[in-house]
Design a protein around this ligand. Structure first.
Ligand SMILES: [Zn+2]
Length: 95
């Protein structure tokens, strides 16, 4: 993981989604376009988390194993960044 951090130093997190409740926090972002893209990104994670909680019966060991699985995590990030990118492309058309 440290190699990825060295290779992509500018990739960072704008918001958060609780892994236990699915609650999203993008409120510290001043720019409205970046904040909305954060909501799009974190919304993907929220949907995944809520589905996982439903599928694994809440905060069970099975949920924890699923939630911390790096392949699942990476796939969800790809989907989440895709949602953010789609929003940014729409925003560019409005500007
Ligand atoms: Zn993410």
């Amino acid at each position: 993981m440290s190699n990825l951090r060295e290779k992509y130093p500018n990739v960072h997190v704008e918001g958060t989604t609780s892994g236990t409740t699915g609650a999203i926090n993008c409120s510290d972002i001043a720019d409205s376009i970046v904040r909305e893209a954060c909501w799009e990104h974190e919304g993907v994670h929220q949907g995944t988390i809520l589905e996982g909680l439903r599928q694994f019966g809440g905060l069970t060991n099975a949920y924890a194993q699923w939630y911390t699985n790096s392949v699942n995590w990476a796939n969800d990030e790809v989907a989440a960044y895709g949602a953010g990118i789609r929003y940014y492309k729409l925003a560019l058309d409005w500007l």
